[in-house]
Design a protein around this ligand. Sequence first.
Ligand code: AMP
Ligand code: ZN
Ligand code: FE
Ligand code: FE
Length: 291
Amino acid sequence: MLQFEVIMKYVDLHTHTHISDGTDSPKELVQKAASLGLAAIAITDHDTVAGLPEAEEEGKKLGLEVVRGCELSVESERGEVHILGLWIDQDATELEKTLTFLRQKRQERNAIIVERLQNAGLKIDLEDVNAVAQGETVGRPHIAVALMHKGYVSSVREAFNRYLGTKGKAYAMRELLPMEEAMQALKKAHAIISLAHPGLISCEDAWLDSYVGKLCEHGLDAIETYHSEHPPATRQRCLDLAQKYNLLISGGSDYHGHVKPHIHLGVGKGDLRIPLDIMQKLKAKHLEQKN
Ligand code: AMP
Ligand code: ZN
Ligand code: FE
Ligand code: FE
């Protein structure tokens, strides 16, 4: 009797490289994804699209689909909210201006954090931080690694607890984008827009519900339902919101390499699986919107 083996294919639509605060190069990330047998990955670095060409080139070589993405942070009444853009245009001039502005704001904030660290008696300067960063977007995880290199802390976690987290000695706010501006810039770049990891926003269910409603007025396409930090109840909550607001579903590990060692590419904490079918629906909407 013939036996048919159904080979399920999986994707990961939320990953970071060393162009922002991950630790793998775009090429390495694509190679890892291919060796895991993933069918596609989205590279979604914070505030930059500079890693995409290298990833796309490697993807072509290895037969792995690379989705052009990025992750933006916007302000809200409940603090930082993250938005993913997927299938961003090659030539996204307006978005590039927004990204440049955001990176500039990061540098200003990094200078303030470093000054606060110096005031606390630590010998560290911006060059030490920038030397850790390999790409365009420099953030707190790079400062954390610089503090580790200097022996002030023994882990990224400790750096956040003592110095860089909201309750840390050297914490400084970062200027974020108004939500409307981020949505508009992504829309102009013909991106599919997904609300990233809603489970990580510290808010009540009712607030999230009305916020998703507001995002929809600005063109939200999807909600990131499958994520390493989403327990089953959060996943269900996202599925309910997707149904209520007629949204597509997206999913990704939010892999960052060894600065977040407990999160693995494709599988998150081990049990995350994002079927190819999820990506195909998002891609179909992208193609429909673009044409
Ligand atoms: P930034 O973009 O510079 O504000 O830094 C945010 C990054 O720091 C995100 O990738 C977070 O996951 C990471 N982060 C925030 N809090 C912590 C923490 N307590 N331990 C480790 N990483 C953290
Ligand atoms: Zn990050
Ligand atoms: Fe995020
Ligand atoms: Fe992320």
